[in-house]
Each structure stands twice: as structure tokens, then as C-alpha cells.
Ligand binder design. Structure first.
Ligand SMILES: NC(=O)C1=CN([C@@H]2O[C@H](COP(=O)(O)OP(=O)(O)OC[C@H]3O[C@@H](n4cnc5c(N)ncnc54)[C@H](OP(=O)(O)O)[C@@H]3O)[C@@H](O)[C@H]2O)C=CC1
Ligand SMILES: O=C(O)[C@@H]1CCC=N1
Length: 276
């Protein structure tokens, strides 16, 4: 029997926010019998098992069972997890890492030679099947590994491929991106309350407006500037609002936020200095 012939399905290693979002989509796509989770907090593990019907395993058992290993621990925990994998992982596994910043070369160096590694940057809307994931192949990953990663991440939304050098920029846009939109919604709801609306009505107005705007951006084929101009009546309310956004530097703030996210991704990916 060839190496790994008895393995199938996916093990999610690290059942936190991102791990759960992926787990939920994978269970929808593959069924709970083909997805297992490893989580070091017993309480959290029990919660995931109850919510998604998946089996919770220790790392060695998960490696023996699953073909695809999704590394979903914090970048700061990746080296410790790789230490647990190193003795049992082999080239018939596919390691799919979603850890922000961590390059495939760092993962490959900690594992036996030839283990295929794909780096991915998903985002939390995966939880509702509207994720955006971007994948890149490591040195030992071929087209079939990228196809497999794309197929799995396709269960939770859209997928694109980029050269790995672009992954920190991707993290700044789609990885961290949902938080920028949640932040804007939070601020607008507070603005509605300031203007005298109930919090509940303000939330309904802002959330549906965000959803409508997102669908127009996706489906209309029009540039965001054209869509914004269509809202902006001559001498009207929107022009007054946009003038304030420009005066307060919101465009520059968004660019600076994305640059900071990209820089932090690079920092998280750097191998720890043993002297730190
Ligand atoms: N959250 C997001 O929007 C996104 C996150 N990512 C990436 O996903 C990864 C996880 O992020 P996130 O879900 O936010 O973080 P969380 O801290 O919520 O999740 C990580 C989980 O892994 C557990 N864990 C750590 N080490 C082990 C181990 N050896 N075995 C089993 N479980 C372990 C942690 O336990 P404990 O709590 O005890 O530490 C925690 O429950 C990160 O690398 C992040 O960069 C990528 C894209 C988007
Ligand atoms: O904040 C973070 O580091 C992770 C990576 C991208 C989104 N969340």
C-alpha cells in the first residue's frame, strides 16, 4: 500500500475563529465524517464537536487519519505545532497553512523533505460561505495540490491564486479586510444613534445598505466611482458627506491601515530570533 493511501479528509489544527469558519464550510462540503479538529483547549474542542458534529483528535491521530492538514494556529504558535508534526507528516499529506505572514519555506524547513505546503489567506466570511481565499504553492506543491486547496477553500467562498510574494498584500486587503468594514458599520450605527435613531433601526439601515452596496459592486460591472457618483446629487447630501470624508483624510487612513496590516504580516512571518 502506498504512503498515505488509507488517509482521507481534512484535519483542522487549531479550532479558533478562523479554524471554525473553515471547519463549518468543510463540514457542509465533505460531511462531518471527513473533517476532524485538533484544539488544545478542551472546552473549545467540546464546543466545536457539539456545534459541527466533528471528532476531536490529538495531533498524531489526526495525522494518521487525514490527508490534508490545515494549520490554523496563530503565527506565534506555528513553530510549536510544526514540532508536533515533524515526526509523522510525509509527502502524501498536504499541509495547508492559513497563518498570516508565515512563508512556506519556513514550514518546509521544519518538516521532512518533499512535504507539499500551500499557503492560503482566507477570511472569516467563510463562516457564511462568502469567504475570499487566496492560495500560493510552496516549493514541493504542484498544480494538483493547488487544485485540492482551491477545491477545499471553494467550499467556503471564492478562491484566487497568486505568487507567494503577494500574500502579505492579500492579507492587508481580504484577510484583515472584513474588520475594516465592520469598523465602518460600527461607526455609522453610532452616527445614527447620535442623529436620534434607535440602535436597532440604525443597525438595520447600515447593514442592509452595506449588503446592497456590496452586491452592486460585485454585480453591476460599474466602477466604484460611477456607483458613488450615482448617489451624489448636485448640491445634495452625499456631496456634503464626501467632502467631510476627504477633509478628515479617510482615504489616506484606509491606505495607511492596509500598509500597516501588510507590514505586520511580514513581521509575523519572520522566523523568531532565538535571542528575543
Ligand atoms: N481570524 C481571521 O480573520 C483570520 C486568521 N487567519 C490566521 O488563522 C490563524 C488562526 O487565527 P485565529 O483563528 O484568529 O486565532 P485563534 O487564537 O482564535 O485560534 C487559534 C486556535 O488554535 C489553538 N491552538 C494553538 N496551538 C495549538 C496546538 N498545538 N494544537 C491545537 N490547537 C492549538 C489556540 O488555542 P489557545 O486559545 O489556547 O491559544 C486557538 O484556539 C492565524 O494564523 C491567523 O493568522 C487567517 C485569515 C483570517
Ligand atoms: O489579524 C490577524 O492577524 C489575522 C490575519 C488576517 C486576519 N486576521
Amino acid at each position: 500500500m502506498t504512503q498515505g493511501a488509507r488517509r482521507s479528509g481534512v484535519a483542522v489544527l487549531g479550532g479558533g475563529r478562523m479554524g471554525e469558519a473553515l471547519l463549518a464550510g468543510l463540514v457542509r462540503r465533505l460531511g462531518a465524517a471527513d473533517v476532524v479538529v485538533c484544539e488544545r483547549s478542551a472546552e473549545r474542542a467540546a464546543e466545536l464537536a457539539a456545534r459541527h458534529g466533528v471528532q476531536v483528535l490529538e495531533v498524531p491521530e489526526a495525522l494518521a487519519r487525514a490527508e490534508v492538514l490545515v494549520l490554523a494556529v496563530k503565527p506565534q504558535d506555528v513553530d510549536a505545532l510544526l514540532g508536533l508534526l515533524a515526526g509523522s507528516v510525509d509527502p502524501a499529506h498536504l499541509v495547508l497553512s492559513v497563518a498570516a505572514g508565515v512563508p512556506t519555506s519556513r514550514i518546509e524547513a521544519a518538516l521532512p523533505p518533499g512535504v507539499p505546503v500551500v499557503r492560503a489567506m482566507p477570511n472569516t466570511p467563510a463562516l457564511v460561505g462568502e469567504g475570499m481565499s487566496v492560495v500560493s504553492a510552496g516549493a514541493h506543491a504542484g498544480g494538483e495540490h493547488l487544485d485540492r486547496a482551491e477545491e477545499l477553500l471553494g467550499a467556503v467562498g471564492q478562491v484566487r491564486r497568486v505568487p507567494e510574494a503577494q500574500q502579505d498584500a492579500v492579507t492587508a486587503l481580504s484577510g484583515s479586510g472584513p474588520a475594516y468594514f465592520f469598523y465602518a458599520v460600527e461607526a455609522l450605527v453610532d452616527a445614527g444613534v447620535l442623529l436620534g435613531l434607535s440602535r436597532s433601526l440604525a443597525t438595520d439601515l447600515v447593514v442592509q445598505t452595506a449588503l446592497g452596496a456590496a452586491v452592486m459592486l460585485r454585480d453591476s460591472g460599474e466602477h466604484p466611482v460611477q456607483l458613488r457618483e450615482a448617489v451624489t446629487s448636485p448640491g445634495g447630501t452625499t456631496a456634503a458627506a464626501i467632502r467631510e470624508l476627504d477633509r478628515l483624510g479617510v482615504r489616506a487612513a484606509l491606505v495607511a491601515a492596509a500598509e500597516a496590516s501588510c507590514a505586520r504580516s511580514r513581521e509575523l512571518g519572520a522566523a523568531p530570533n532565538p535571542e528575543d
